[in-house]
Each structure stands twice: as C-alpha cells, then as structure tokens.
Ligand binder design. Structure first.
Ligand SMILES: O=c1[nH]c(=O)c2nc[nH]c2[nH]1
Ligand SMILES: [Zn+2]
Length: 469
C-alpha cells in the first residue's frame, strides 16, 4: 500500500463487467491515487469501524471521504465513438434530406466556415463543454479539413480535461470547389496536425488524454492515393483511423462506381490499408456477411449512431447481429446527422432501433423473448464497448483496480430531476434504468476524467438535497 490517495468515495457504484453482466456495488469504498487511478475497492462496508480501519491503512482522513447520499451512484463516463464537433451549430436542423444531399446542402457549407479560426474559436469550446456536461468523458471527434481550426479543437479538448481523439478531415475529390484539398496539402497538413497533437503537454504521469486520429471523411471524397498515403501515416505514427462505412444505399452505389474493381465498400478501405484493430467505422448498416467477416478479421470497431440513422433515414443497424458475430460495437452521437449531443439519447435510440429490427423480422416458433438490446448491453456499449473501440479498454470503461477513474456522479434525486423515485417500489436496478431512459445532464452532479473533477466553471451548479460536497 504505497500509493498516495487523493479521493475516496463511499456509496453505490454501477458498471459493466461484460455485455451481459451489469454489477451494482452498494456500501462500497473506492479510492483514487494522485495519478487518477483506482487504488482500492472495498465492498460491503457496513459499519464505520471497518470503514475507518481501511481509511487508516490508506492514511486517508475520514472527513474527506465523499459520501454519496441515498440513490446517488457513480458510473463510468460515456464514450462517444463518433461525433462531428464542427457540425454542432446545425444540430436539430436539416433533417429533411438523405445523406448525400444533406452533405451538399447543409454540412459542407457549415464545415467550410471553419477556414476561419475565429469561427472555430466561437464554436468548439461550446460543443466540448456540452459533451462533457452530458457525461461524455471520452469523445472521438471529426473536425474539418482546416489545419488551424482542427489544432484548436484538440487544444480545447485538452484544456477542458476531456479524453479525446481529434481528426483533421481528409477530402480531395467529389467535394465542393471551396471545400476540398489537394492530395499534397491534405497529406502534409495531416502530418503537421499529428505532430501538433502529439506535442500537446503530457499528463503528470507522462500519459496523454488527447490523441490524433486519421480521418478520411469517406471513400467518396478521398482518392486512392490519399487513402493510401494517410493509411501510411497511421502506420508510421501508430495512431487510430476513423471514417464512415455503409451508411446509405446511394452512397454504396456511388462507391461501387468509383471503385469498380473492388468487390464492396469494406474492401475499398481494406485495399488502402485503412482497416485494423485501431479503426472505427461509423454506421455499418448495410454490410454483407462477407464484409462483416472482413471487419471481424481486421478487428475493426463499428460506431452505432442510431439517432443519426433515424434522423436522415439511412437505415437501421442490426447491432445484435454484429455482436453475435463478435464485432466490437460502441455508440456515437454523430452530430449533426444525429441531433442530440447526449450518449443517453444514443442509448435510447439504440434500444428502439434494436426493437424495430426485431419487429421487422417475423417471429418464429414459440420464442417470444425480445432479442432487443438489454440494459446491461446498452450500458456496456455506452462505456466499455466505446473503450474497446478506442483501444482504452485496459484503462477506462469500468471500475477495476488500476484503471483510470473516468466517472459520473449521478444524482437521480436532484432539483428538477427528470425522473421520480418511489421508495416503496424502486431499487438501484430500477433507478439506474430510469436514469438511462429518463435522465439528463441535470442528474450529473460531478464528472471525473482520470480522477479530476472536470465539471468546471462553465457548468451550472446542480442543486442537491445533500451538502456533502
Ligand atoms: O453521418 C454522416 N455525417 C457526415 O458528415 C458524413 N460524411 C460522410 N458520410 C457522412 N455521414
Ligand atoms: Zn459521421
């Protein structure tokens, strides 16, 4: 017992041990060291004497313990595995067109505005704050093609204390005349961007919270040469890759015309060296079984973005099938195809999407059980599943000793809470389910990344019935 302890919580912890196993730990004491790592977890502490003995061993003052009040709990922070920070100003608008028309009419013109750094300075701090405030402790961002604005987004993510992957977008064809790069510029500025992000100041333990991610927008807007070149950069710097895959039927048809010698959309990315265990592909709705097999073989993760899929009518991803086939899945908000910045909203729409898939397939025989995504599965996708996609599952995603403490202190009983608790009826499992389906940022009393409370000054104080903090 050598680690110095910086924080100790006592109360209820809810987290995923696996897709099927949601663990609820009550009367639990959890300590965090000065590097933000979980140093100890002691379960079933039912009396003050035992509690004090443990605190004494860890040389931690009893008065400094953060005691959660009745019905409060801590859960792992959310991982948003796919979102476009640049598109936030359009969130909640422009849901009347399918993908390719939507890009042309609404999305490309907005993204072009980020050629101005002062526009980026107005927008990016707001979106990063909103995501954090909604419990997203790790986010995987698309910026735009613009180097300076993309660097600024990475700087803001770092300053606000969020864990993040930031991508400067690459696009050198099939794009508007005023929003397209040359092959050379695209590759050069991407390498400059990587260098900038990798040189942002490290954490006190030498690790980093913000990483660059290679971001070919999608195979429609990238030439073969561009995809191969930035695939090489991903290899050279050993950094992750993100893009879009099989979102919309017109998109897939366009791809087959652009790459007639390659058998399908997934193979296009594979051919250009873009598929590996650090690749995140958004959507993956209309994949053939051959494509799913390749995705599994390459250990690529799929970011399921149901709100976006419903809003711009792209289709409904059969997540159950992906999971059954052993493909990694996380959740994404996909702003602004998706209108909501909250992973809680993605959880709810993932639940609905899975029920729609079930209803669209005529039920067979006597088995009337729903193959919809369950609460433990949805929780896993929003936390551990996301951590797997960003290859941080050994570091974050649940509460195990040695992991970094990325967590949400949830107060289901806060002032103006969107959910009601009935003491005679409810238990922690029901309260947790209510939070996942009814809760919102008002319920998030504190947000921790690597043990630091990042709730910050731009957060409104959430009233509480309890004065322990
Ligand atoms: O949902 C999406 N949002 C985008 O910005 C985009 N670009 C290519 N494909 C895309 N899909
Ligand atoms: Zn997207």
């Amino acid at each position: 017992m050598t680690a110095e302890i910086s924080k100790v919580f006592y109360g209820t912890f809810i987290h995923s041990l696996s897709l099927k196993n949601l663990e609820i730990l009550q009367n639990t004491l959890l300590g965090i060291d000065y590097f933000g790592k979980i140093a100890f977890i002691e379960k079933d502490i039912l009396d003050e004497k035992t509690l004090n003995e443990i605190l004494f061993q860890w040389k931690f003052p009893e008065d400094d313990v953060i005691r959660l009040s009745k019905w409060q709990f801590l859960m792992p922070g959310f991982v948003d595995t796919h979102t476009h920070a640049s598109q936030y100003p359009n969130a909640g608008t422009g849901m009347d067109l399918p993908l390719l028309d939507w890009l042309k009419k609404y999305t490309f013109p907005l993204e072009q505005s980020y050629s101005s750094l002062s526009f980026a300075k107005k927008m990016y701090p707001t979106i990063v704050s909103h995501l954090l405030r909604n419990g997203t402790t790790t986010a995987v961002y698309f910026a735009t093609t613009h180097l300076e604005s993309s660097e600024y987004l990475a700087k803001i993510v770092k300053e606000k204390g969020q864990r993040g992957f930031v991508g400067k977008v690459n696009m050198d064809c099939n794009s508007p005349n005023d929003y397209v790069e040359t092959l050379d510029d695209s590759v050069k500025s991407t390498e400059e961007f990587i260098d900038y992000v990798l040189n942002l100041e490290e954490e006190k333990d030498g690790s980093r919270l913000v990483y660059p991610i290679i971001t070919p927008r999608f195979a429609i807007t990238c030439t073969s040469q561009l995809m191969s070149s930035i695939g090489s950069l991903a290899k050279k710097y050993d950094i992750p890759i993100q893009s879009h895959l099989s979102e919309n039927l017109d998109e897939i048809e366009f791809i087959s015309k652009l790459f007639p010698n390659l058998s399908d959309y997934t193979t296009v990315y594979d051919h250009h060296g873009l598929l590996n265990g650090k690749t995140i592909m958004a959507h993956g709705i209309h994949l053939s079984s051959k494509e799913r097999k390749l995705i599994k073989e390459r250990n690529v993760g799929i970011s399921h973005c149901p709100t976006s899929n419903f809003a711009i009518c792209s289709g409904i991803c059969n997540v159950r099938q992906l999971l059954n086939e052993g493909i990694k899945v996380g959740l994404g908000t996909d702003l602004s195809g998706g209108y909501s910045k909250s992973i809680l909203n993605a959880v709810r729409n993932a639940s609905i999407a899975s029920r729609v898939v079930f209803m669209a397939i005529p039920s067979k025989g006597n088995d009337k059980s729903f193959p919809h995504l369950t609460l433990p599965e949805l929780t896993y996708l929003a936390t551990m599943g996301g951590a797997e996609l960003v290859n941080l599952d050994q570091k974050i995603g649940n509460f195990l000793i040695g992991k970094e403490f990325d967590a949400l202190l949830v107060d289901p009983n806060c002032n103006k809470s969107p959910l009601d608790i009935f003491d005679d009826l409810d238990d922690f499992e029901r309260i947790f389910e209510k939070f996942m389906f009814l809760g919102d940022e008002r319920n998030l009393k504190s947000i921790y990344v690597k043990g630091q409370n990042v709730s910050g000054t731009d957060f409104e104080e959430v009233d509480s019935h309890d004065k322990n903090y």
